[in-house]
Design a protein around this ligand. Structure first.
Ligand SMILES: Cc1cc2nc3c(=O)[nH]c(=O)nc-3n(C[C@H](O)[C@H](O)[C@H](O)COP(=O)(O)O)c2cc1C
Length: 393
């Protein structure tokens, strides 16, 4: 099954059932534009046989980045660099989608406090409530970013409504305590996401892939649990999206993040099976896939249509072709002697940097060393970001 093409409702075809799941690679230039290293990395993934490469956390604007190494779609400062990236990433008929991001309360600091559905002051996170004018402006901002993604050479977009970032905050009863039309019941907390989907679809037209990434569970007490997430799936079924990408967890301090755990997967297949009962949309899930047999079973059992791989493809960008060619080769996963919060994700981020720079990889790197490098880069890029976007912030 893994080598069968997938036909999306918009008419686009993914050449097989393996996707490179969204990863924030922190390889942008600190000013929102792609680098040569990023171009090399996405070229490796395209050469490796994946049907779809999703760039994580491509910001709809510079106001609320997940990190300062994110790309920015509006303003689109260097269209030529985006074109060079998309040329490399779309080799071999690979689809190349931008995950449209806005970090909300989890934004890396820019000018002033972060903005979120409701005010928040917890575990070092300080955010103020968005005004209704600011919320009202979001669908158009996502739509403009999607249009720019199209003109920059991306072949689709994924609206990021998972992992604790802005749209997940709006969906969550824990973070959205608004009394206006964007808060209250689960249906009202979903209104903003539905408005954004409609605006994005209207902007890009009927033939351009639009996916949504949601949480099956926030894995946070008081957050979204599976029954509510299944109701959201039913609401998404009524929209003009092409794919529902199922994940879970959040990047709030102390919460479980899908990229940071070491437990055995796949994580969200039971939810996907239940989601099938609520929607006819194509389903994808990433989370915990390590072996070909797991991916094959997930697709051939009908649980999902598409399997997303993040860490496995950071370890070996050529893995899809190996799985599709029956070579029997599998990715070799590292064992960590310690796993401080964020450390596993940082280790994989460094691995992406190694592929981007010269391809030599340091299997022995400690998570502590990776965390230190990520922090160093963040501090350096923060300065560049502030300077680049001073008029927008
Ligand atoms: C370095 C790294 C960065 C990630 N960045 C993103 C991101 O920007 N957006 C997103 O939706 N998920 C992100 N993830 C999560 C993955 O998409 C995926 O859900 C998670 O890693 C579990 O899949 P895996 O077991 O195949 O790694 C990231 C994961 C890693 C390892």
């Amino acid at each position: 099954m893994l080598d069968k093409p997938l036909h999306l409702p918009c008419g686009a075809v993914l050449k097989n059932r393996i996707a490179k799941a969204a990863m924030s690679d922190d390889l942008g230039d600190g000013c929102g534009s792609p680098t040569d290293a990023q171009q090399r990395l996405y070229g490796l993934w395209a050469d490796g046989g994946t049907a779809l490469s999703l760039v994580g956390e491509v910001q709809i604007g510079p106001w609320a980045p997940e990190n300062y190494g994110n790309l920015v779609l509006n303003p689109l400062r260097e269209p030529g660099r985006f074109r060079a990236l998309s040329d490399a990433a779309t080799a071999n008929g690979t689809h190349f989608w931008a995950q449209l991001g806005h970090a909300g309360a989890l934004a890396a600091p820019v000018a002033g406090p972060a903005k979120a559905p409701s005010a928040l002051d917890v575990s070092g996170i300080h955010a103020i409530e968005m005004t209704s004018e600011e919320v009202e402006a979001l669908p158009a901002a996502y739509a403009k970013a999607a249009l720019n993604a199209n003109s920059a050479g991306f072949t689709g977009v994924e609206i990021h409504a998972a992992h604790g970032f802005l749209l997940n905050q709006f969906l969550s009863p824990l973070f959205n305590r608004r009394a206006d039309r964007w808060g209250g019941s689960p249906e009202r907390r979903a209104v903003l996401l539905l408005e954004i989907i409609a605006a994005v679809r209207a902007a890009v037209g009927s033939g351009f892939p639009v996916a949504v990434k949601i949480n099956a569970t926030d894995q946070l007490a008081g957050g979204i649990e599976e029954p509510e997430a299944l109701d959201l799936v039913a609401m998404l079924d009524e929209t003009a999206i092409d794919l529902i990408d199922i994940s879970g967890g959040a990047y709030f301090p102390g919460a479980a993040a899908a990229s940071d755990g070491t437990r055995a997967g796949p994580y969200f297949l039971d939810f996907a099976r239940a989601a099938r009962e609520r929607t006819g949309k194509p389903l994808m899930t990433a989370g915990g896939f390590k072996k070909k047999a797991e991916a094959e079973e997930a697709v051939s059992s009908g649980a999902v249509d598409m399997v997303g791989l993040a860490r496995a493809l950071a370890l070996d960008p050529g893995l899809p072709d190996k799985w599709l060619s029956e070579s029997g080769e599998e990715a070799v996963f590292p064992r960590f002697s310690s796993t401080p919060s964020g450390g596993v994700t940082a280790w994989y981020t460094q691995r992406l940097h190694e592929w981007g720079s010269n391809g030599t990889v340091e299997q022995e790197r400690s998570v502590e060393d990776a965390l230190a490098q990520v922090e160093r880069r963040k501090a350096a890029n923060a300065v560049l970001w502030q300077k680049q976007f001073q008029t927008e912030l």
